[in-house]
Design a protein around this ligand. Sequence first.
Ligand code: TRP
Length: 456
Amino acid sequence: MAEQRTLIHGQWSNRTVFILAATGSAVGLGNIWKFPYIAGENGGGTFVLVYLLCIALIGLPIMMAEIMLGRRGKQSPINTMRALSREEHRNPNWVWLGWLGVVAGILILSYYSVIAGWAISYVFRTAGGMFQGVTADGVNSIFTDLVSDPERLLAWHTVFMVMTMAVVARGVKNGIEKAVTFLMPLLFGLLIIVVIYAMTTGHFMEGVRFLFTPGPIDGKGVLIAMGHAFFTLSLGMGAIMVYGSYMKKQHSIAQASMLIALADTVVALLAGMAIFPIVFANGLEPGAGPGLIFQTLPIAFGHMQGGTLVGVLFFSLLVFAAWTSAISLIEPAVAYLVENKGMSRIHAAEWMGGITWFIGLGTVFSFNIWKDKTLTIPYLFENFTFFDSLDYLTANIMLPIGGLFIALFSVWIMREQSTRDELATHPMLYNIWRFLLRFITPVAVIVVFLKAVGAI
Ligand code: TRP
């Protein structure tokens, strides 16, 4: 039996709310901003295929493990790892896994917030009619103007951090529960509208072919695809674990995980099908980098019927999707401060928000005044800006390492009976889960790492 632990942060009202909140965490900039541009940079088809395989064979089992650990531990990931390793009579050093997650979450949020700031500024640009009848060159220079101005980036980054901290201070449950219920389906609907527009460009099939026809990929591309599977499902740093800790005992973890992963994947693929036809129709570069959606979607909004309204709604919902993800990036740190330092949620949110905001300055400057300050890490990357380096190290290194240890802890360290009780799923499904996590997932993660650095 699990030890009795009391809940101090509250519980989700019902199963649907947990699924919505976790989907809110999963669906964010990763799906709509990041997936298309990294797929574009890494040649499309094969990248997408590897990403899908990683979702199914690595992401899904690890998601189940994270929810399971959270629900059993019932606390912030740091204290959950401490409690579970004690309960299982294991080495207390597993608590470091919780710390790794807290650090990764803060680092990711520091740049996530800057990009979310771009999306906020695009709500206003679209509303002001700036994109009506715009050309590809026009959107390009509008985007370049924005990112080369550190003050504007800083202002929007600050706005987004304040928004995030305001929700976190109130407790994750109040607020997002209701908002997520109707805003997520709306975002989905708008994405479909842009896909329909993409069909009218005459280059739809070219976009689809780019996304689904296998081509060459190197070891680094495979690592980026795997890292993105973690990033997009919010895995490897305790976000889903902390959400799992607010989940009630009687709900099915396996079923919830499948729904979350499915919704997340569908949104990413729709985003790809919206963006690449526009890329090809306007002679743009698929490998344009982090500005890709900001240089393509405005063309659609500038040319379709009612484009201003659709565009304003689209960017607003993108901000909203980023918001519900951002909350989960910082929640493990805030929950820890409340549990161990006796801080109020408000105080904890202010502290963590302040630190994250400060680190975010590095990303703000990396698009302008620090554009030429770059970092090279042998075997990993060359001449990356602060933003590129941070993104690479968190998504492709820290999250897979976190995920790997979560997998190892769940199936090699915890007693089989404990995990069987907590997952409470069909015996065959349990066996598949256990087999994947024991053998397939760890080997896959390690092989991808070794391949990326050219060791095999
Ligand atoms: N999954 C989110 C996205 O795709 C980002 C995110 C939220 C995240 N929480 C996370 C990424 C935890 C890694 C870990 O935009």
